[in-house]
Design a protein around this ligand. Sequence first.
Ligand SMILES: Cc1cc2nc3c(=O)[nH]c(=O)nc-3n(C[C@H](O)[C@H](O)[C@H](O)COP(=O)(O)OP(=O)(O)OC[C@H]3O[C@@H](n4cnc5c(N)ncnc54)[C@H](O)[C@@H]3O)c2cc1C
Length: 176
Amino acid sequence: MLNRYGVLRTQALSSLCLKARASRAKSGELAEALDIDPGGLLHTVRASNAAVPAGPPADPNPFHRDGKSTQGLSPAKSNYAMPIDESPFEGYAVRCGITFTFGGLRIEPRTGQVQHVAGRPIPGLFAAGEMVGGLFVGNYTSGSGMLAGATWGRLAGTHAARAALDASSAARALRV
Ligand SMILES: Cc1cc2nc3c(=O)[nH]c(=O)nc-3n(C[C@H](O)[C@H](O)[C@H](O)COP(=O)(O)OP(=O)(O)OC[C@H]3O[C@@H](n4cnc5c(N)ncnc54)[C@H](O)[C@@H]3O)c2cc1C
């Protein structure tokens, strides 16, 4: 759910997919519009509201973390904790996604050719993007996902095409 500042109130969400949207005056109507359990929604919102600490209101400034975190929720909302108590409410259906895997297939970095666990290249198999591992460990630089995909996509694509051409000319030579 979004509050009046448009700050997303959800826990452990690495990605969101906008599947449905509803803006309603009452949480029950919102639940109905989103086709989710109204009792569950109410329970979650109440628990979230109860976890907002007393004191000065949150400062929803995206350029400054206000440190106002929920208490008793796991995982905690680390900043900008504020109650969802003003209608109209807006709801989005969300699902988790993977922003970065950090793991994946080992490739030869100059060609994108996939390496066997025994250390030798696998003929005809090339990989790029999220399915490649070993580029980063633990964390990554913003924007590097697409950049890695574009860089090794081009390399792997070029070498895969080359390998295919080589294989077809070798096959033609065999037929002659
Ligand atoms: C929420 C989110 C935010 C992100 N933000 C950024 C960002 O700001 N900057 C950045 O650089 N990176 C960002 N990333 C990471 C970036 O999106 C990925 O690293 C990148 O899209 C990976 O590209 P890819 O081609 O390897 O995989 P994908 O983009 O996942 O493409 C794989 C494709 O294969 C298709 N597919 C799967 N199985 C099959 C099959 N059996 N047959 C045919 N097709 C199939 C899928 O439908 C999909 O289209 C973000 C990721 C997420 C989830």
